[in-house]
Each structure stands twice: as C-alpha cells, then as structure tokens.
Design a binder for this molecule. Structure first.
Ligand code: 6PG
Length: 241
C-alpha cells in the first residue's frame, strides 16, 4: 500500500522523514535486534541525513548500512552517493565501520561488482535480502534508485543487484525491484515542483512498472513524504504560478 503525506515545505518534509527513519530503525531493532538500512543518493537526502546525524538516542551500534544505488565514480567524487552519506551522516555518528557496506561501484567490472554486492546482501540478510528500511528518492523522469524507465534494470525481477547504464552522471549499480519489494518498509522523500509530474505518475497513473518503476512496489509498505510543490499545489511557496 502506498501512503502519501503532503507537508507545507522542505523543512517539514525533512523533519517528518527523519522522524520516520528514527522510528523505523527503532522498530527493527526492537523486533530483531538490528536495523538493515539502505540509503538513497542524489541531492534530496542531504538535509535528512544531517537531521538524522543530529538526532539523539539512535543506537548506531545496531544499524547495518547499505545503499540503494551508486554511481560508477570514485568514492571521493562529488557525484558519489557514498560520499554524500558519509559527509552528511555516517562520519557524524558512532556506527562501526564494519557495518557500513558501500556498493563497489568503482570496480572496472560493474556486472561482477553487482553480483558481489548481491552475495553480500544475501549473506547478511537472507535470500531474498530482507532490508528493514529503504530510503528512496524520485527522479523527474520517475526513476527511483537507479531504475530508469524502460531499462532492463527496471524490468529485472530475479536478481537483487544489477549494473545499469544511466542517462546522467555515470553507469550505476542499483537494487532491483526484487530487492526493494522484499524490504519491510520503503520511505520516499520528494520535494520541489520539478518532481510533480513524476509523483503524479507514481500515485495516479495506470500501473506501468516499466515506465514508472515504483508501480512495481504498490503492494509493498511504501510511504511518500512530499512537499506541496511536489504534490502539484501551485500555491506552494516557490512553485511556478
Ligand atoms: C541517484 C539517486 C536517485 C535520486 C533521484 C532524485 O543516485 O541519483 O539514488 O534515485 O534519488 O535521481 O535525485 P535528487 O534527490 O537529486 O532530486
């Protein structure tokens, strides 16, 4: 089931998303001792990561961190999702380094790297890998993670991690729908008028999982936390008139 929470602005979206992440981490830890958390990339999560890093009382000793996708760039590249998460969150909290599992997207053989990461996920979380909580963004074209509309990666239902070409930045490693659908909870954070079309496709268009990959997650526990601009409210501050 897909729930969508519409909030007035970016600030309230980031606060609500952080609260939900903290609650999800605590729920997983209460249920089975640890939380397997997959992080998102792009620019949207930065504010959430900073809030999460500052949130008191999160038991980081019992969190395992993975990524939903990664660009095929060096980990110190400004385009690296790993760098974003380390700078805004992971370098600020007492998480054991051995519990942080970046995608090996710097490998010259991305397909082999995808298989390695899939083996890691399944060795730690079972098959299918049971992530407790996955943070996701939404691209203007309605991609999520690095599942781009019309791509073989978006159509993949057997493997849990694949390499994929991407229209922007670089080739990627990405969790597939098979991995995302196996997760206990998925949290999308979406803000800005530029995302209004994509969000409308996800929430209101007829099911078409190849064109809108998130449609394949309709039966999963999905929550969207969005601002009015992304929800298409033209009266929202800063949205086009
Ligand atoms: C990535 C992300 C991707 C992102 C969307 C939205 O690696 O690019 O994982 O799925 O969430 O592209 O990106 P923004 O947050 O920058 O708008």
């Amino acid at each position: 089931m897909m729930r969508c929470i519409v909030l007035p602005d970016v600030e309230s979206v980031e606060d609500e998303a952080t609260r939900r992440l903290v609650a999800g981490i605590g729920k997983a830890q209460a249920q089975h001792g640890r939380c397997a958390l997959a992080l998102a990339g792009g620019s949207t999560p930065r504010g959430v990561y900073r809030r999460l890093a500052a949130w008191p009382g999160v038991d980081w000793q019992r969190v395992l961190v993975f990524w939903g996708d990664e660009r095929a760039v060096p980990p110190d590249s400004p385009d690296s999702n790993q760098r974003l998460a380390r700078e805004a969150l992971l370098d600020q909290v007492p998480i054991p380094p051995s519990q942080v599992h970046p995608m090996p997207a710097g490998s010259p053989d991305l397909d082999n790297a995808a298989r390695q990461y899939e083996d890691l996920l399944c060795s730690l979380l079972g098959r299918p890998p049971r992530l407790d909580l996955v943070l996701l963004g939404l691209g203007e074209d309605a991609h999520t993670a690095s599942l781009f509309p019309g791509s073989a990666a978006a159509a993949e239902r057997a493997r849990f991690v694949v390499a994929t070409p991407a229209p922007v930045i670089a080739s990627r490693l990405t969790l597939t729908i098979a991995a995302l659908a196996a997760a206990d909870s998925l949290l999308f954070v979406v803000h800005g008028a530029s995302k209004a079309w994509a969000l409308r496709q996800v929430l209101h268009a007829a099911p078409d999982p190849l064109r809108v990959p998130a449609h394949a997650l309709r039966d999963a526990a999905v929550t969207f936390v969005v601002d009015r601009a992304a929800a298409g409210d033209r009266s929202a501050h800063g949205s086009p008139s």
